[in-house]
Design a binder for this molecule. Structure first.
Ligand code: CP
Ligand code: NVA
Length: 312
């Protein structure tokens, strides 16, 4: 049961809880598309703390809350006292007196952990430097739509920078029983502790987690190929240097020739064409990529409904 809990990492969720989120997300998607009433969070308020930029996350959480009958408050750290140094633990205790849930996007993962520790309402991680769980749960929903509900044994290849997306893909892939391979340069591997935990999680589901440096090896026979920006938020000053380092890790036609014939390519967006993905590959898989973007709405509605609602 997820009611009253936080969602900081997919690692903290059981296999059944991941399934519960994805099932409800599918149901809510149908309800929204058929105009069925689903005001599960009527009268509830979500606070949305943003210490980094966002298009999808902000709009999908805010709209999702509205569609569930509640409301959302956009709280930029430029306006909050948090941005002037008020401790996160005080912010957590104050906001808990007004709100029914908090969503936060920030830099250090420890900030989200601290917020959750002091808040007595559910806290949702909407991206840290370490993890992006809402995006990866969304990606699992999207993969189910394209490849069928049983994700066990599907091969997912990540190519590029070992970042917050890679870390969360390892957790998501492990819970879903997938064969996950990430190809990154040697010095840009995903987080070591997350890798260790994901390998441990994988044992329970028959999943496998592998890190390599050769993109063609990762992509060989892959059912799903994913990539992300080479310079995440906060790494803007390294962008030019990273473009050179990551050049062999571009998702292009030649790389995809190693994949399964029915491969799908996904991208959490924003995408940098000509860098981590070519224009032609991006546009060929645009229907999948924009379904993925849409699914942020449905997945996060399920997360909010389960954490903040009265669903059993
Ligand atoms: N994919 C994603 O989280 O997008 P935003 O940064 O626009 O929220
Ligand atoms: N890795 C990217 C994901 C953006 C949604 C970043 O952290 O900027």
């Amino acid at each position: 049961m997820l009611q009253g809990k936080d969602l900081l990492s997919i690692h903290d969720l059981s296999v059944d809880e991941v399934d519960e989120i994805l099932e409800l997300a599918s149901e809510l998607k149908v309800m929204q598309k058929t105009g069925m009433e689903h005001h599960i969070l009527e009268g509830k308020t979500l606070g949305m703390i943003f210490e980094k930029s966002s298009t999808r996350t902000r709009v999908s959480f805010e709209t999702g809350m509205y569609q569930l009958g509640g409301q959302a408050l956009f709280l930029s750290n430029r306006d909050l006292q948090l941005g002037r140094g008020e401790p996160i633990k005080d912010t957590a205790r104050v906001l808990s007196r007004y709100l029914d849930g908090i969503m936060i996007r920030t830099y250090g993962h420890d900030r989200v952990v601290e917020l959750a520790k002091y808040a007595d309402i559910p806290v949702i991680n909407a991206l840290t430097d370490l993890l992006h769980p809402c995006q990866v749960l969304t990606d699992l929903l999207t993969i189910r739509e394209y490849k069928g509900k049983n994700l066990k044994g599907l091969k997912m290849a990540y190519v590029g920078d070992g970042n917050n997306m890679t870390n969360s893909y390892m957790y998501g892939g492990a819970k879903a029983g997938m064969e996950f391979v990430a190809a990154t340069p040697e010095d840009y591997k995903p987080d070591a502790e997350v890798t260790k935990n994901a390998i441990e999680d994988a044992k329970a589901t028959g999943a496998s987690i592998k890190l390599v440096t050769d993109p063609a090896e990762a992509v060989k026979d892959a059912d799903i190929v994913v990539t992300d920006t080479w310079a995440s938020m906060g790494q803007e000053s390294e962008h030019e240097e990273r473009k050179k380092i990551f050049a062999p890790y571009q998702v292009n036609k030649e790389l995809l020739s190693h994949a399964d014939k029915r491969v799908i390519v996904m991208h959490c967006l924003p995408a940098y064409r000509g860098e981590e993905i070519t224009e032609d590959v991006f546009e060929h898989f645009a229907p999948v990529i924009f379904d993925e973007a849409e699914n942020r709405l449905h997945t996060q509605k399920a997360i909010m409904a389960l954490l903040m609602g009265d669903i059993d």
